[in-house]
Design a protein around this ligand. Structure first.
Ligand code: P53
Length: 478
């Protein structure tokens, strides 16, 4: 049944976070070191450094983050006050398998999520859980080189099976790999390290080949997880998760249009494989030409066919625009990126393009014919706390309202099948890209600055009350 806004009556309004960006407690309860624990703080234009282990004297913002590990009860209570129907978080792989290659899981880690999910249910909030959100055990990086080693498939699947069984009756909605397609930008050190646990010097010439092989192992692991999950509980809904950044041609010049199309193919084959169960022909042709992804077996192909996802989960923040380079088009994802003259940008230079969300929903619906969930969307911005403690964030409300409007159009006018909407960073947390606290997304403000100072106290921004009203009216009153 639908409601006044046109959204289904059981639409999953909520918010999204990832373990490493808010939990803190990086060594609590026997947790191991993850890739996020060796990333220092950067800022816009200053990349985060990925150090060889945890080094003395460096600032690692994820170690303590906003200490959700000890504050989750009060935080979930605030989510419930906003009316959340669901809450998307990830399980920190290193709480369950501190090193990644153990046989036996860490009971203290499992127990933490037992209690966290129970707290959600206490408020009628459905957990939506990502298995791998930039949180690979650092030991797997050191010993196996991350996902460049096929053995990691087994470690991941063992981890997935362990948590599927443990939370069989507590979690229904799952996602395998967060933004598995970020690594299309293989020459970006952060992207390939966080997706694949492959830590390279910037500009390493092997990055492209390594990425395609690692990503192949990941889509196989993702399909295996889907298969096993359905066996453990046939009612599970297991999705993939891609970063959806539509790539527009700058002009109607055919070479620009082709450039955009090729860039889209390079960026979305991951979800093609996860939703269709096979590689698109354009990528098979590419691999034939380049010799990348040499290790693929017949059994892999079968697994991919049997492990297609139940729904497509995606993040949407912005669009990209490309123009064909005159001489030598690489078709590298947005390698030929240009400024879109029609769009404004955030303080962190991210374009703001609400219509791109409607475009994305249409594009994904037409391509995959699956239900979808928007599992991230939002504006990173600096907030100011007034003398009376209030936080006025009309810029955040404007951004979200414009996107929700387009989302509703996609449902009501275009007929897309949309399960839910979980804006990113519903409580302020550590930025993935920059490691900053000051790049805030939350409806709930957390008192902590980029140097790690602050009381960690929580307070409601104006957007808290706005979102509460949106949920209450199921999107009719924006
Ligand atoms: P931040 C860009 C860079 C890094 C991670 O990003 C990203 C993106 C956006 O596409 O992906 C997601 O924190 C990611 C979250 C992240 C969020 O975007 O750099 O799934 O972990 O926090 C926002 O502003």
């Amino acid at each position: 049944t639908t409601t006044k806004s046109g959204l289904r009556s059981d639409f999953l309004w909520g918010g999204a976070v990832a373990a490493h960006q808010l939990e803190g407690g990086w060594q609590a309860g026997g947790k191991g070191v993850s890739v996020a624990d060796v990333m220092t703080a950067g800022e816009n234009g200053v990349p985060r450094e990925i150090t060889a282990g945890v080094l003395a004297g460096k600032n690692y913002p994820n170690h303590d983050a906003i200490d959700f590990y000890h504050h989750y009860r009060e935080d979930i209570k605030l989510f419930a006050e906003m009316g959340f129907k669901c809450f998307r978080t990830s399980i920190a792989w290193t709480r369950i398998f501190p090193q990644g290659d153990e046989t036996e899981p860490n009971e203290a880690g499992l127990k933490f999520y037992d209690e966290l999910f129970a707290t959600c249910h206490q408020y009628g909030i459905e957990p939506v859980v990502t298995l791998a959100h930039f949180e690979m055990p650092y030991h797997l990086i050191e010993k196996y080189g991350g996902w460049r080693d096929r053995k990691v498939i087994d470690f991941f699947v063992h981890y997935a099976e362990t948590v599927f069984k443990r939370y069989r009756n507590k979690v229904k909605y799952w996602m395998t790999f967060n933004e598995i397609n970020n690594q299309t930008a293989y020459d970006n050190q952060f992207a390939i390290a966080t997706d694949s646990g492959i830590v390279l010097d910037p500009g390493d010439p092997d990055a492209e080949a390594l990425m395609y092989q690692a990503a192949h192992y990941e889509v196989v692991a993702s399909a295996l997880a889907v298969k096993i999950g359905h066996k453990i509980n046939p009612a599970f809904k297991i999705g993939n998760m891609i970063n959806m950044t539509p790539i527009y041609p700058l002009t109607a010049k055919p070479a620009d249009v082709m450039q955009a199309e090729k860039a889209m193919q390079r960026r979305y084959w991951f979800s093609d494989v996860q939703a269709w169960g096979e590689y698109p022909r354009n990528m098979e042709a590419f691999f034939k030409r380049t010799g990348f992804r040499a290790d693929i077996t017949l059994e892999d192909r079968e697994v991919l066919r049997d492990g297609t996802v139940d729904y497509v989960g995606f993040s949407y923040y912005n669009s990209n625009t490309v123009a064909a380079s005159a001489d030598n088009p690489t078709y590298h994802y947005a390698g030929e990126a240009v400024t879109n003259p029609y769009l404004q940008t955030s303080e962190w230079d991210w374009p703001i393009d609400p219509e791109g969300l409607r475009y994305s929903l249409n594009w994904l619906q037409d391509r995959y014919h699956k239900p979808m969930m928007i599992v991230e969307n939002g504006l990173g911005a600096r907030d100011k706390v007034e003398a009376d403690g209030a936080i006025h964030d009309p810029y955040r409300i404007d951004y979200l309202r414009a996107h929700v409007e387009q989302m509703i159009k996609a449902v009501t006018e275009d007929g897309v099948d949309l399960l839910g909407y979980t804006p990113w960073g519903c409580i302020d947390l550590v930025s993935a890209g920059t490691g900053q606290m000051s790049k805030r997304y939350g409806f709930i403000y957390v008192d902590k600055d980029d140097d790690g100072n602050g009381t960690l106290s929580r307070s409601k921004k104006d957007s808290f009350y706005w979102y509460q009203k949106v949920i209450k009216t199921n999107g009719a009153d924006l």
